[in-house]
Design a protein around this ligand. Structure first.
Ligand code: C5P
Length: 291
């Protein structure tokens, strides 16, 4: 095998609860993570030596500042391979958008290099390398529906949800994750999100009741600073969404809608012409439908 193409899907957070600040500066969190159909595509080719990264989006960094580059470095170093790789990222996930776009590209590089070179690295090894790269990267290796805890790097896989139809709206406002967490700390709030209850509903395979107050602890502090984001949330609700929540530290909002047609209608009639708007749906562990 000379090259491989790997899908790198985005994630949303069905819940994001902040439990406190840790001694290492990270926050102890409880997240319900969900892979969605929106995805980048990563092409990896063997070369003689070195790592070369290119991307369809010229604004992406192509050196060590790109997590996908660092993923390649880490895994090639780990197995002491002298061969190198050419990586091309076809970017479709908005960047700095709360959708784990950078993390999923990094995870796809780990999966891709493992397969391309027939390394057969154990999952525990890949998860360990992934955790060094970033808190969301371990989840992105397998995706599906999962409970993430610790700083988000510890994963407990959950049963796949029945397909949820979604609409995503991103207004192109990049939000820094450290900034959002710092705002939360300054607010002095203590979380009362019922993540345990949502976890139980999913583990028992029951239908999720969207009225129960699932949420994202970062949403309120981000909305306070970026007033224009509230309008997105209100519009999505007014257009018939069952549930609307900010993903991660924003600025993407996802809406759960009745069916694909309802999602298409919102997308077609969305008034913000500069916004990134797309329909999407939830996908299962290892995202078989995206390969
Ligand atoms: O782990 P990652 O590099 O993706 O995290 C980016 C930043 O987000 C961290 O440097 C930290 O400021 C913040 N963060 C946090 N607590 C977490 C995850 C991320 O404070 N659990």
């Amino acid at each position: 095998m000379k090259e491989i193409i790997v899908p790198a899907p985005a994630k949303i957070n069905l819940a994001l609860k902040i439990k406190g600040v840790r001694s290492d500066g990270y926050h102890e969190v409880e997240l319900i993570m969900q892979t969605i159909s929106l995805h980048d595509r990563i092409r990896i080719r063997k070369n003689e030596r070195g790592i070369k990264l290119t991307a369809s989006d010229p604004s992406l960094p192509v050196g060590q500042k790109n997590l996908a580059y660092r993923a390649a470095e880490e895994i090639l170093n780990f197995v002491n391979l002298t061969a190198g790789v050419d990586i091309y990222i076809e970017k479709r996930i908005p960047v700095a958008a709360g959708l784990a776009g950078g993390s999923t590209d990094a995870a796809a590089v780990l999966t891709g290099i493992n397969k391309l070179f027939g390394l057969s690295l154990a999952d525990e090894i890949l998860l360990e390398i992934a955790a060094r790269l970033g808190s969301d990267v371990p989840f992105c290796l397998h995706g599906g529906t999962a409970f993430a805890y610790g700083r988000g790097e510890k994963i407990r896989q959950l049963p796949d949800l029945n397909r949820l139809n979604l609409v995503l709206v991103n207004p192109g406002i990049p939000i820094s994750t450290p900034w959002a967490y710092a705002q939360y700390d300054q607010s002095g709030k203590a979380s009362n999100l019922p993540v345990d209850q949502l976890l139980q509903v999913i583990e028992e395979g029951k239908e999720i009741n969207w009225q129960e107050g699932w949420g994202n602890d970062l949403e309120e502090v981000v909305l306070r600073e970026y007033k224009e984001l509230s309008l997105i949330k209100e519009r999505l609700k007014a257009m018939g969404a069952k549930f609307v929540l900010m993903s991660g530290s924003g600025s993407t909002f996802f809406a759960v809608v009745e069916n694909q047609k309802a999602g298409e209608e919102i997308r077609a009639n969305w008034p913000g012409k500069k916004d990134f708007v797309t329909t999407a749906w939830t996908v299962k562990k290892d995202f078989p439908e995206l390969w």
